[in-house]
Design a protein around this ligand. Structure first.
Ligand code: FMN
Length: 214
């Protein structure tokens, strides 16, 4: 399968992907803002998230360059109310272009890192570069992707998205946007709970059926 087809197939199947809306500052001081959906949480102790940048030889991603150079970034969760402004920042603009201006989004000063948070975002994380690793083409050994782990130093939660217990986020209030394949996004509007099974109940049910567990 070609790289292009593999990208299309995998990004349409591994869904929905959350989107890290990343704010960085270049070494020359130019602010940068762009969305990345090769994004996940990988640990809560220490609190770490992962983002991966695809490198085209044509154009390295400014966000990657800035994170590797300055070791700081913020990750902002995109809610439905500003998806269009966020999407605009994915434009392949030259490195000296400030996507904040194009998007019309607002900078909110961070407390522990230099890059700003996105004021319109209802949940933001200030991150420090924890680890980075280049991923190579298996045949040519060219760098094709870079994995970055960010240590979450500080979170900012808009109180309006907290659940009643005040400890967790209510997805119905956050209204996060996820990425599917191509240009398709998804809303998270239909959630349901499935209780974690209790081993004792399963054991008793299997015993009652006359079957043997071992
Ligand atoms: C919703 C969305 C998700 C994206 N996810 C990724 C990603 O995970 N990795 C990546 O390299 N590019 C991704 N892109 C493309 C980048 O956002 C785009 O190349 C952008 O111009 C990079 O900006 P920068 O060069 O200022 O860092 C995504 C674009 C969109 C719209």
């Amino acid at each position: 399968m070609s790289t292009k087809d593999s990208y299309k197939l995998l990004t349409s199947a591994i869904i929905p992907r959350p989107i890290a809306f990343i704010s960085t500052i270049a070494e020359d001081g130019t602010p940068n803002l762009a969305p990345f959906s090769y994004f996940s949480m990988i640990s809560h102790n220490p609190p770490l998230l992962s983002v991966s940048f695809s490198l085209s030889p044509r154009r390295p991603k400014d966000t990657r360059e800035n994170i590797l150079a300055t070791k700081e970034f913020t990750v902002n969760i995109i809610s439905e109310h500003f998806i269009e402004a966020a999407n605009v920042t994915a434009v392949e603009a030259p490195a000296d272009v400030d996507e904040w201006i194009i998007s019309g989004l607002t900078m909110e000063p961070s407390s522990q890192v230099k890059p700003a948070c996105v004021k319109e975002s209802l949940f933001s994380m200030e991150c420090q570069l924890h680890f980075s690793h280049d991923i190579l083409d298996l045949k040519t050994s060219d760098v094709t992707n870079s994995l970055v782990l960010g240590l979450i130093k500080q979170v900012h939660v808009n109180k309006s998205v907290l659940a009643e217990n005040g400890l967790v986020i209510d997805p119905a209030k956050l209204r996060p946007v996820a990425r599917l394949g191509g240009n398709t996004y998804a809303r998270l509007t239909d959630t349901f709970d499935v209780p974690r099974p209790d081993w004792k109940n399963i054991r008793d049910a299997v015993k009652g059926s006359g079957k043997n567990l071992r």
